[in-house]
Design a protein around this ligand. Structure first.
Ligand code: SF4
Ligand code: SF4
Length: 279
């Protein structure tokens, strides 16, 4: 069993508690307008376009497959900017064991691993095996997910998962569809299920006032989730939309100022939330 890995960050302090190794899997099942890493969405179709454009000769094609030479790469990002399929040639196909080998050298310095994407829940068996290996070494295990795949369908995975960082991109279903191309019904039922099973570590929402009614969405999200706090206290992360890395057509969307973000946090406080982080 293998998954396509977009990148592994050996030490991250923003992907869960403490120092963690963060693993990003390639491929996503939704299409957020403001996606900050659109090159993680699609799977490479081996079209070869990026190979011709690489200024450093870091890419080649062998037997119909793109080969990447990291030592030649100058990190110019030309390949991901020209890829017509929201993909990247700088990926690797690894088994859970091979992936965990990359984690092992950090063992004395990390508290756990966090797996993100793309959408890592597209690979539940891979996650289960990877997390079983991490658990044997006493590491904690977190999933970062867009919430569109039901966690309740993967009981073995949830046994070896300490928590989930769940995106709620918009509360209103039509707004969620317009923003991502997908319904949020499963996202919201996942939030309740995870809280009930004490697996909801964090809820994340990106504040993009030009793309949906952020104020109404935050209020309704807060009201919906507040009853969960008694069972499973969790953090809400209020994340400002930023244009870095987004597709050209969304690069001019309004960036919310600190005052507006504080207003969003106040709405959540009025619903009963205390553990709120604005970034
Ligand atoms: S990364 Fe994109 S441009 Fe490069 S070969 Fe794959 S699909 Fe083609
Ligand atoms: S980032 Fe992509 S295009 Fe640039 S040198 Fe590396 S492989 Fe080549």
């Amino acid at each position: 069993m293998k998954a396509v890995i977009n990148r592994i960050i050996p030490f991250s302090s923003v992907d869960g508690p403490g120092n963690r190794t963060a693993i990003f899997l390639q491929g996503c099942n939704i299409d957020c307008r403001y996606c900050h890493n659109p090159e993680t969405r699609g799977m490479c179709r081996q079209c070869g376009l990026c190979v011709e454009q690489c200024p450093a000769g870091a890419l080649s094609i062998e037997e119909g497959k793109v080969q990447f030479n990291p030592s030649a790469c100058v990190q110019c990002d030309t390949c991901i900017h020209i890829c017509p399929h929201d993909s990247s040639p700088r990926t690797e196909e690894l088994t859970p064991q091979e992936t965990y080998e990359r984690v092992k050298s950090q063992l004395p310095f990390i508290r756990g691993i966090s797996v993100s994407g793309g959408e890592c829940m597209l690979h539940p068996d891979f996650l289960t095996e990877l997390f079983c290996l991490a658990k044997k070494d006493g590491l904690t295990t977190l999933i970062d997910s867009n919430g569109t795949i039901p966690f309740c369908s993967y009981p073995h995975l949830m046994e070896v998962t300490d928590g989930v960082m769940l995106d709620i991109k918009a509360f209103d279903n039509e707004e969620h569809r317009a923003l991502t191309g997908a319904s949020n019904e499963t996202v919201l039922s996942n939030a309740l299920w995870l809280a009930e099973h004490k697996k909801l570590y964090e809820v994340r929402t990106v504040i993009a006032p030009d793309l949906y009614d952020t104020e109404r969405s935050i209020r309704r999200t807060g009201e919906f989730l507040a009853p969960c706090l008694a069972v499973n206290p969790f953090r809400i992360k209020v994340i400002a939309y930023r244009p870095m890395g987004v597709r050209r057509e969304y690069a001019d969307c309004r960036v919310p100022d600190p005052k507006y973000l504080e207003k969003m946090a106040d709405i959540l406080r009025s619903c009963g939330f205390q553990d709120i982080i604005i970034i």
